[in-house]
Design a protein around this ligand. Structure first.
Ligand code: NDP
Length: 480
């Protein structure tokens, strides 16, 4: 009989926590409990990947009537009904949350709809007042969006707010140039919102392959997104307040309605002064300026676990903190903040702690996608990173895909392989194309297996497709 109430207590019911809890309980017979203070499914299911992807699908229909007409269909443009979509979205999220609850129940995990904090190395305190002991505690509390540190930043919304809007803004200023900023710039543009984007750096999607990010920036501008690089907000106030009046007048074609008397979130429109000196009014401002780990007020400091840079819980390759009974996985550790990575970390934790098979988390060669329009799929090193490391050959091709060339649309796709000159290994693969997320999952297997350029060449093309170009590039575009 164990001295503890549970073998494992998981704090956080997102992708990583739920997977670890149900695999530990279901596959090893461990006695497991999980506490979640909000909705089951966490960021990915409730306010991230899933609702975002459904919004991507919704937004992609905007151009379809025009394309269909060019293919001979007699079809008219339509109007997007946000209320109808949001109602259906909420129903779907309710369904998925229920699936998560059922999965936990079906695996024998006891759940607490409460906030949990650590009292000591083996005790969890719940907001209900109860205390539970466990041999192991797993922190999987995820992260949250952060606003920039500037006056009136509370006037801007963050990604969590998007899914709850009563109506879509007529115009929005998106601040940031990362995944969330670029994805929502494309989504909101596709849903009919007039989108302006400010990014403080020289080019959006910092960290991705330069050529790929350049093509996406061009495509976004080509679609009508008013993207300004090297630009950020220096001052913002609600339109109609004396402070906004003192900033000067915005151009008349900017959105102006509603005259709030005090500054509140979402009470827009908001008058913004940019670093380039322009004054503009926007119906809404959306900060996509990064995320921070949810490590506050968890009781970590009392245990001697000092959150590191940005509040991340520091762990070793087995996701163990410096307190041996306490582990942490997912975005709260700020390693690679992606759902499938949190799930992998959860599985590796169970393997290590409950199956007696020490399994370090493999963070090498993780494929990922950015759901802009067009999408980007990427795995491995960028051209710039690879060239720093060794001599490389760059194989790339950019072309108008057949489907779009037929209707004379300007969209271009990019297929790119970065190859080691020394041993011919494909060090990186970057695809910008409709469906690039689907393509890179499969290319990722080859790259993870250590495929050489010749392995790609030996593979017969699937014709006619866009992705066949990935196996038909004969000569390097350049060597570095
Ligand atoms: P990112 O870290 O990707 O981007 C943050 C952006 O905000 C950067 O462009 C950054 O600029 C800018 N920024 C930060 N602080 C400020 C500031 N004070 N003023 C102006 N600009 C600022 O974060 P996201 O929020 O976009 O995404 C968080 C994480 O979520 C991602 O890293 C990713 O792991 C995950 N995610 C994955 C998705 C996917 O797989 N498709 C989709 C969405 C999120 P700079 O570049 O100069 O630092």
């Amino acid at each position: 009989m164990s001295a503890f109430d549970y073998d494992l207590f998981v704090i956080g019911g997102g992708s990583g926590g739920v997977r670890a809890a149900r695999v530990a309980a279901g596959e090893t017979g461990a006695k497991v409990a999980l506490a979640e203070e909000d909705r089951y499914g966490g960021t990915c299911v409730i306010r991230g990947c899933v609702p975002k992807k459904l919004m991507v699908f919704a937004s992609e229909y905007r151009d379809m009537p025009a394309t269909a007409r060019a293919y001979g269909w007699d079809i008219a443009d339509g109007q997007f009904d946000w209320t109808a979509f949001r109602t259906k979205l909420n129903t779907e999220l309710d369904r998925l949350e229920e699936v998560y609850r059922k999965l936990l129940k079906g695996s024998g995990v006891e759940t607490f709809d409460a906030r949990a904090t650590l009292k000591d190395a083996h005790t969890v305190k719940l907001s209900t007042g109860e205390e539970k002991t466990a041999k192991h505690i797993l922190i999987a509390t995820g992260g949250r969006p952060q606003r920039p540190d500037m006056p009136n930043a509370h006037l801007g919304m963050v990604s969590d707010d998007i899914f709850h809007l009563d109506k879509l803004p007529k115009s929005v200023l998106i601040v940031g140039g990362g995944y969330i900023a670029c994805e929502f710039a494309c989504i909101l543009h596709g849903l009919g919102v007039k989108v302006t984007q400010f990014y403080r750096g020289a080019q959006i999607l910092r960290g991705f392959d330069d050529e790929a990010r350049g093509l996406i920036a061009d495509a976004m501008k080509g679609r009508g997104i008013d993207l300004h690089t090297g630009t950020t907000i220096v001052e913002m106030h609600c339109v109609g307040t004396p402070e906004a009046d003192a900033m000067g007048e915005a151009p008349v074609d900017d959105v102006q309605y509603g005259q709030p008397e005090q500054e509140e979130i979402g009470s827009g429109p908001v008058r913004v002064k940019a670093t380039n000196g322009t004054i503009r009014d926007f119906d809404a401002v959306f900060f996509a300026t990064g995320r921070v780990p949810n490590s506050d007020d968890l009781g970590l400091e009392a245990l001697g676990i000092e959150p590191g840079r940005n509040g991340a819980i520091e762990v070793d390759e087995y996701s163990q903190t410096k307190v041996p009974s306490v582990y942490a996985i997912g975005d709260v550790t700020n390693r690679v903040n992606l759902t499938p990575v949190a799930i992998r970390e959860g599985m590796a934790f169970v393997e290590t702690v409950f199956k007696g098979n020490p399994t370090p988390v493999d963070h090498e060669l993780i494929p990922s996608a950015v759901f802009t329009q067009p999408e980007m799929g990427t795995v491995g090193l960028t051209e710039e990173q690879a060239a720093e490391q060794e001599e490389i050959e760059v194989y790339c091709t950019s072309f108008r895909p057949m489907q779009m060339a037929f209707v004379d649309a300007p969209d271009r796709v990019l297929m790119k392989l970065i190859v080691s000159k020394a041993n011919r290994t494909v060090l990186g693969c970057h695809i910008v194309a409709p469906g690039a997320g689907e393509m890179i999952q499969l290319a990722g297997i080859a790259v993870k297996m250590g495929a050489t350029k010749e392995d790609f060449d030996r593979t017969v093309a699937v014709h006619p497709t866009m992705s066949e170009e990935i196996v038909t590039m004969r000569n390097p575009a350049r060597t570095r």
